[in-house]
Design a protein around this ligand. Structure first.
Ligand SMILES: Cc1ncc(C[n+]2csc(CCOP(=O)(O)OP(=O)(O)O)c2C)c(N)n1
Length: 801
């Protein structure tokens, strides 16, 4: 697909006068398009004097950052033309959407994606009218922008996405513009460390351009007001070679930036040459970055209503307001638009003239046309082993306990071996803790910094990504996916909330992308949350929080999936499905502690395929009559409590008709019209009946189940137990007791809600109450759970009690 970067020129020659003329024309055209998108709904080429009726009624968009983004873009395009380098362009300040949409328009890729937006006067008018308008396009560098893998709406992830895009993409250079406001965010501040994980031998390169335009929405930025020396030292301290460019003088700034870009590029290529020729010194190279100081709102109105606009935060959005009614502002807008000399930039038909077009690289090399930004085009399905070969033999149910996630580690070990440049695990320092350490048999942790004797499984050729930043891990995987590759983000359940906002944003991206036929399907974003609330008894309350389920559920996207495998075989089946899927956010929830194994592999595959099923062996034999009560569960610990509760009921009240239902695919509880996985009403009633009470033990917050079964027959009959924010440092069983979701609570709930009362019910109720009281005193005295709970095995506990 791409020529290897080694074959290309590493040198960017001096900017010639004719190139300057072309870049300047392209930049003026782009700035004109930005202003046009914000303001114009008629008279797109100013062929007549500007009048109020040409102005949009609602003036929306962000001018301030746009000219700077377009300036850098134009120069990177020149780099591509000279070197043939494959480049991705990521703009942290994604609110500069008009500049990037404009770039795609000038490059012709916009018309390819949206054929009605032609490169002529009519198309230009449609282009202007659609911006930030109902039925049109968003104001940000969003999914609809050809060349984008980064919306930039939620600031902070520009560099994270840039690094994620270049792992295992040796021929790619991602240029990432970081806003100085964005640079104040936590995720961005943490993302400079990306270079400690980039191996120039087999990864591509990131060129950060820190754009110090001085302002954010309403105030100056920290880095633009720091002494220059401090800024330089800050980034040198992060390990970068800092190249500074400053000014707004024309054409001087063009020459200086071209020279800086050439220097940065030569430096990148030399780093890569040495690494690929085996001549590099051990350790992390000093990668270049550019600190660019140009004014916010550059080339726009300098002074508005007597106040300085250009170079200040005031230029952030729409510099001239009320243009329809304010004659002075209208005149100023016309002067501003005409300052770009549109008559030189677009011909009589409104087509960009040759001078403008000569600044474009060839389409597939252009940053709006590169397949790297439409990663599904490059995606190769994962080569996976048959997960059945890793099956846990379950001859007798729930007799041996096993750390289920270890099996996933073994599965991923094979994925690493078979896909040496197409699969990575991203984890905030918890690969071993989450029992996924088998991957280290196939690959070390990635590490470009110093390695010493105390380190294990760490090195430059490693491809397991461990950095203690959920933001980095999540965003690196997103960009890895968006450029067509596969992986998994594994994290502690409670701290998945650190990056929950990224999960939501990515879900939105997928939802939007599904409506764009030209966006090829990308590998799904797979998230494993382990070290879950119920088994973080040793870490305490801070580590107990199943919030991400709720987040993914609330997102409501039909691209979201939530799986709660109850054991290792189900986990393998679910993981195989997720790794092969495209365009989803797959959330898998499973703890890492030893847990009972319930299903053989064949049973697991069937169960996971259905999404939910009756576990006949756990209830009483099914007959023609409806059960007296249904015990349902979702989640590993809740499954154990439910099966244990069922055992107690069966032993004490043998006449009860009892059904146990396990749910592994949470979304299947929804109605088919609410989610593609939603089960039919027929199957729902087959599982839960349409009138019997259901005691549902759920891994997450109880409200989730009510949300899911909303609209099902007599939804009020679902009594849900789950995590109710009762946590502390205690014993594992005490966690379920505190949250009133223990087997004893489930039995009592069942007794309280059964349609029939059998002899012995009162005794069983009292037994449960006694057990709970015994538990209270036992754990305080012995500092561990009661043996009958601690050592519970299917078929044994009830006999002992
Ligand atoms: C996480 C986040 N917080 C707040 C905002 C609101 N916001 C939009 S633009 C902006 C200022 C951005 O400044 P900067 O990154 O310097 O961009 P530029 O000056 O180039 O527009 C803010 C605070 C946001 N988009 N994302």
């Amino acid at each position: 697909m791409v020529a290897s970067v080694e074959a290309m020129s590493a040198t960017l020659p001096e900017l010639t006068e004719s190139e300057l003329a072309s870049i300047d024309a392209w930049w003026r055209a782009n700035n004109y398009l930005t202003v046009g998108q914000i303001y114009l709904m008629a008279n797109p080429l100013l062929r007549e004097p500007l009048a109020p009726e040409h102005i949009k009624p609602r003036l929306l968009g962000h001018w301030g950052t746009s000219p700077g983004l377009a300036f850098v873009y134009a120069h990177v395009s020149r780099l591509i033309r000279h070197t043939g380098q494959d480049c991705l362009y990521i703009t942290g300040p994604g609110h500069g959407g008009p500049a990037l949409v404009g770039a795609s328009y000038l490059e012709g890729t916009y018309t390819d994606a949206f054929p009605k937006i032609t490169q002529d006067t009519d198309g230009l008018l449609r282009f202007f009218r659609q911006f930030s308008a109902p039925g049109g396009i968003p104001s940000h560098v969003s999914v609809t922008t050809p060349g984008s893998i980064h919306e930039g709406g939620e600031l902070g992830y520009a560099l994270i996405h840039a690094f994620g895009s270049v792992f295992d993409n040796p021929d790619l250079l991602t240029v990432a513009v970081v806003g100085d406001g964005e640079a104040e965010t936590g995720p961005l501040e943490g993302s400079w460390k990306g270079i400690s994980f980039v191996n120039p031998a087999h990864d591509g390169a990131v060129l950060p351009v820190l754009h110090l335009n001085g302002g954010k929405i309403a105030a100056p930025t920290v880095l633009s007001r720091k002494p220059r020396e401090e800024v330089r030292q800050l980034f040198e301290g992060h390990g970068y070679e800092v190249i500074e460019v400053e000014g707004h003088d024309q054409p001087g700034i063009h020459y200086r930036f071209a020279e800086a870009l050439g220097r940065a590029y030569a430096s990148i290529r030399e780093i890569q040459r040495k690494a690929r020729a085996g001549e590099a010194e051990p350790g992390r190279p000093r990668w270049p970055m550019i600190v660019l100081r140009t004014p916010k709102g550059w080339t726009g109105p300098h002074i508005v209503d007597g106040q300085l606009m250009e170079g200040t935060w005031r230029a952030h959005q729409v510099p001239l307001s009320g243009v329809k009614t304010d004659a002075d502002h209208l005149a100023q807008l016309e002067e501003w638009l005409r300052s770009y000399r549109p008559e030189e930039l677009f011909d009589d038909n409104g087509h960009p003239v040759e001078l403008v077009r000569s600044a474009n690289p060839d389409k597939p090399k252009s940053m709006s046309g590169t397949p790297y930004a439409n990663g599904g085009l490059l995606a190769v399905p994962l080569d996976l082993p048959d997960f059945r070969e890793l099956a846990v033999p379950v001859e007798q149910r729930a007799t041996e306990k096993l750390e289920s996630t270890r099996k996933l580690g073994e599965f991923m070990r094979e994925a690493y071996r078979r896909n040496p440049d197409n699969f990575r695990l991203f984890c905030p320092d918890e690969t071993n803790s989450n029992r996924l350490g088998a991957v280290f048999e196939a690959s070390d942790r990635t590490w470009m910094e110093e390695v010493n004797d105390t380190d294990a499984q760490l090195g430059p050729d490693g491809r397991v990504m461990e950095v203690l930043s959920e933001h980095n891990c999540h965003g690196w995987l997103e960009a890895y996916n968006l450029t067509g590759r596969h992986g998994l983000f594994a994290t502690y359940e409670a701290f998945a909330m650190v990056s929950a906002s990224q999960t939501i944003q990515h879900g939105k991206w997928l939802q939007e992308a599904a409506h764009l036929p030209w966006r090829a399907a990308i590998p799904s974003l797979n998230i494993l949350v382990s070290s879950t609330a119920w088994r973080n008894d040793h870490n305490g309350f801070s580590h107990q929080g199943p919030g991400l389920i709720q987040v993914v559920l609330n997102g409501g996207s039909e691209h979201s999936r939530i799986y709660l495998p109850p054991d290792a075989n189900c986990l393998l089946s679910v993981a195989d499905h997720c790794f092969r899927s495209v365009n989803y956010v797959n959330l898998i929830v499973q703890d890492k502690q030893p847990q009972p194994q319930w299903l053989t592999m064949d049973e697991a595959v069937e169960h996971c395929t259905r999404g939910a099923s009756i576990w006949e062996w756990a209830g009483t034999p099914e007959d023609a009559a409806e059960p007296d009560i249904v015990l349902a569960c979702a989640g590993d610990i809740m499954t154990m409590e439910t099966v244990a509760a069922a055992e107690l009921i069966k032993k004490h009240l043998p006449d009860i008709r009892l059904r146990v239902v396990n749910v592994v695919d949470l979304m299947c509880l929804k109605r088919p019209k609410d989610h593609p996985h939603g089960m039919s009403e027929l199957y729902f009633n087959e599982l839960f009946t349409d009138n019997r009470d259901v005691i549902f033990a759920f891994h997450g917050y109880p409200g989730a189940i009510h949300q899911l079964v909303h609209g099902r027959p007599d939804a009020d009959r679902f009594r849900v137990r789950g995590f109710i924010e009762q946590g502390t440092t205690t014993t594992p069983f005490d966690m379920v007791v505190r949250n009133r979701a223990s087997r004893y609570h489930l039995v009592m709930d069942a007794l309280n809600n059964m349609k029939v009362t059998r002899r012995g019910s009162g005794d069983l109720m009292r037994f449960c109450e006694r057990q709970l009281a015994r538990h209270e005193s036992y754990i305080v005295e012995h500092l561990e759970d009661m043996p009958d709970v601690r050592d519970w095995k299917l078929g044994e506990a009830s006999e002992r009690q």
